[in-house]
Design a binder for this molecule. Structure first.
Ligand SMILES: Nc1ncnc2c1ncn2[C@@H]1O[C@H](COP(=O)(O)OP(=O)(O)OP(=O)(O)O)[C@@H](O)[C@H]1O
Ligand SMILES: [Mg+2]
Length: 228
């Protein structure tokens, strides 16, 4: 398989036909690289992540993830690719409210053969990740809808980490956490991704967290659509 994790060339994307929201000449990210993504609100951070995860496809240009050109895959094939290779912590978490924290984490292994084979006991692994993120037994068994926002954020992170996907994408994952919990959260994310050899793309407005990362991507300079 390709050494590069992400290879992007001359990419454009617009949310509507007559608009260009993202225009990026080139972006390369290596396997295992830890990247801090910053940029003002509306600069295109979440839009870029949605393309890297195959939620949306480029209007023009090429985007390869693990050597696979995502734009040439069907929606279903992109969903499968994402389940297998990418753990995504959404800005709005996307937890299932009627499932427990534990069962939400186990869901991260659904539709992914490779990730599932890395986990011997799904519930035990979910519990271990949630404990390391500071959730106690009561909250691990509680419904997601009964958790605080900061607790939900940690459940979403554990769901992304389970099964060690090649890429972890985390969109503002620490915005609802207090300083102590934030540091604990970041340590786990870094430890777990290093142990698994996973790359991390981490969006935050908190530039104090930059020191934990190999490189910084600034959407303000990367996204030419913003300059126009
Ligand atoms: N679902 C959508 N439909 C239409 N336009 C969208 C959609 N999502 C984002 N946009 C537009 O695309 C541009 C970039 O938005 P994006 O969400 O990528 O910014 P961001 O950098 O993630 O901002 P924030 O820091 O507030 O999360 C904005 O102009 C926004 O209005
Ligand atoms: Mg965003």
């Amino acid at each position: 398989m390709s050494e590069a994790l992400i290879e992007l060339r001359n990419l454009t994307f617009g949310w509507t036909r007559n608009r260009v929201d993202l225009e990026i000449a080139a972006l390369d990210i290596a396997r295992g690289e830890r990247v801090f993504v910053r940029g003002a609100s509306g600069s295109g951070k979440s839009t870029l992540l949605s393309l890297l995860a195959g939620v949306n496809v480029p209007r023009s240009g090429t985007l390869r993830v693990l050597g696979q050109a995502l734009g040439s895959l069907s929606g279903t094939a992109r969903d499968r690719f994402r389940a297998e290779h990418i753990g995504y912590v959404f800005q709005q978490f996307n937890l299932l409210p009627y499932l427990s924290a534990r069962d939400n984490v186990v869901l991260g292994l659904n539709f992914s053969r490779e990730r599932a084979t890395r986990v011997a006991n799904r519930k035990a692994m979910a519990d271990e990740l949630l404990q390391r993120l500071g959730l106690d037994a009561r909250h691990i068994g509680a419904l997601a809808s009964e958790l605080s926002v900061g607790q939900q954020q940690r459940v979403a992170a554990a769901r992304a980490l389970i099964g060690a996907p090649e890429l972890i994408i985390a969109d503002e994952p620490t915005s609802a956490l207090d300083a102590d919990t934030r540091d604990q959260f970041l340590s786990l994310l870094i430890d777990a991704s290093t142990a698994a050899g996973s790359a991390v793309l981490f969006v935050s407005h908190d530039s104090g967290l930059r020191a934990h990362f190999d490189t910084t991507l600034d959407l303000h300079t990367l996204n030419r659509a913003r300059v126009a």
